[in-house]
Design a binder for this molecule. Structure first.
Ligand code: ATP
Ligand code: MG
Ligand code: MG
Length: 348
């Protein structure tokens, strides 16, 4: 069987490895941490920094296809790897989603709605951006932000200079605040043959900038469900995408607004593990391995609840209830750290 190379050994890489293993495939994880969650379950682990040219060359030579579980992979590592094995999702998909401005320009060119936005790289840009976008607004770093990190909210225009000072000169984007009624996401997959499959959209609730729960089905009209599917397919087709993508959306009276896209399996798709025959992890492995996509029809209603930090201490009690428990093998409990998740399932 083929060997899948995975860049990044966090929980997403771990669950991808388990899915690959179920399909009889081998996984080789690249991650600098010796005790990375995925390294505990993968067939092989290259434990080296992303700057280690020799380690990258050996990793690239040992695998048949390369995928990744996070979007902030250094470009230099991909330069070194791309001659050795195909990288899925492709580099254009990765580059597009690594930078919030590039991403919003791309989505806008596709005809999709995003929040009003402006580039901010100086105090003068910040003044111009606030004049253009108004307030309330959110200032976000263009790159490397996740779980709400690297974001400052502006209540009104007078917060502008303090907000820009907070960014420590990191290139940023000012986004108009979207007055959404709910947040949903859609997990979509595409394989090299161009087949596209979407999971049922889930409804997401965030707490302190981190995803807390995903509920399927989302309480939205069928028309919006269809809009989400069509918009996701448009994004994947336009990028000639191979793999699973998470698309985060705001529901507004004017329709769906794209918040951001993630070129990987997504936390808001963890419900698929217990709500579908083929979950997002298997679907991603199928796509990058060139298999037909699997059946992702939702057979149950699911509430996915993240176990963040101390939440994981409740697992002994949760284990007495009707819930599927997924733990990531992280030794140290830290505030804000995703330790695992729980899926509560009722037949649809
Ligand atoms: P992730 O962990 O999902 O990658 P992130 O750090 O990239 O998170 P965003 O998804 O951009 O952050 O924002 C986090 C949350 O903040 C959103 O899910 C939403 O609740 C809120 N938010 C972000 N941008 C806006 C906006 N323009 N208007 C209103 N709310 C927003
Ligand atoms: Mg993000
Ligand atoms: Mg997000």
């Amino acid at each position: 069987g083929a060997t899948i190379g995975i860049l990044g050994g966090g929980q997403l890489g771990r669950m991808l490895s388990v899915a690959a293993s179920r399909l009889g495939l081998k996984c080789h994880v690249f991650d600098p941490a010796p005790d990375a969650p995925a390294a505990q379950v993968a067939d092989a682990h290259t434990c080296a920094p992303y700057e280690d040219a020799e380690a990258l060359a050996a990793f690239g030579a040992a695998v048949d296809v390369i995928t990744y579980e996070f979007e902030n992979i250094p470009t230099s590592a991909l330069d070194a790897l791309e001659a050795l094995a195909p990288i899925y999702p492709n580099r254009r998909a990765l580059a597009t989603s690594q930078d919030r401005i590039t991403e919003k320009d791309f989505l806008t060119d596709l005809g999709l709605a995003v929040a009003p936005y402006a580039n901010v790289e100086s105090a003068a840009d910040m003044d111009a951006a606030v004049a253009k976008i108004g307030a309330p607004a959110i200032l976000k770093t263009r790159r490397f932000g996740y779980d709400g990190k690297g974001q400052v909210r502006l209540k009104d225009a007078s917060d502008a200079s303090a907000a820009w000072a907070d960014m420590a000169d990191a290139p940023s984007v000012l986004e108009g605040f979207v007055d959404f009624s709910k947040e949903i996401s859609i997990i979509a997959a595409r394989n090299p043959a161009g087949d596209v499959a979407c999971y049922d959209p889930g409804e997401n609730v965030h707490k302190d900038g981190i995803l807390a729960t995903t509920t399927v089905p989302a309480a939205i009209p069928a028309t919006l469900r269809m809009d989400a599917v069509l918009l996701a397919a448009k994004i994947l087709n336009s990028l000639d995408y191979v793999g699973v993508m998470g698309v985060e959306l705001f529901v507004t009276p004017a329709g769906l607004i794209v918040n951001e896209i993630a070129p990987r399996v997504h936390n808001s798709g963890h419900w698929t593990q217990n709500g579908c025959l083929v979950d997002q992890f298997e679907q991603h492995i199928r796509a990058v391995a060139g298999w037909p996509l699997g059946d992702g029809t939702r057979h149950s209603d699911v509430v996915m609840e993240n176990l963040i930090g101390d939440d994981v201490l409740a697992v002994p009690e949760i284990a007495r209830t009707a819930a599927a428990i997924h733990l990531y093998g992280k030794v140290e409990v830290k505030k804000g750290r995703k330790m695992g998740h729980v899926n509560r399932v009722t037949p649809a």
